[in-house]
Design a protein around this ligand. Structure first.
Ligand SMILES: [Zn+2]
Length: 136
């Protein structure tokens, strides 16, 4: 049975992330929706509730990621893991240009594909936040 994550752990995860989504880097103050605690490796794949396996995520990123931790790029033999905020450095895999999150590596490509970082409404929001000096 799935155990709830204690509130003190949820707060620690949010603080560790400086209240920004660990995937798309939007701040929790800049969305009207509540942020969520993501299992980087889902319980169904052997992940745990340990804080090292938890990420602070906006609802958009968490919903699109679901239980995924990898995807296929270009052909069915090219399995690429998704960006993992515990083991990867964001700026090594992504860049931002005019609100758009751009892949620098296959991990970045795989993550943009699954998280759908650049949907039109998110691009508009990030451009606006950039102009306000709130993103990234
Ligand atoms: Zn996000």
């Amino acid at each position: 049975m799935r155990q709830a994550i204690p509130e003190r752990i949820q707060l620690a995860v949010a603080q560790r992330a400086n209240f920004r989504c660990e995937y798309c880097h939007i701040h929790s103050d800049d969305l009207f929706l509540s942020f969520e605690i993501d299992h980087i490796i889902a319980i169904k794949h052997g992940g745990t509730n340990a804080i090292e396996n938890l990420a602070y995520a906006c609802p958009h990123c968490n919903q699109h990621k679901g239980a995924d931790f990898a995807t296929l790029l270009n052909d069915f033999s090219n399995i690429v893991v998704l960006y993992n905020p515990r083991i990867h450095n964001w700026i090594e895999h992504f860049d931002i240009s005019d609100g758009e999150i751009i892949a620098k590596t296959p991990i970045g490509q795989a993550s943009i594909k699954i998280f759908k970082f650049n949907e039109p409404d998110l691009l508009i929001l990030r451009k606006l936040l950039f102009e306000l000096g709130r993103y990234p």
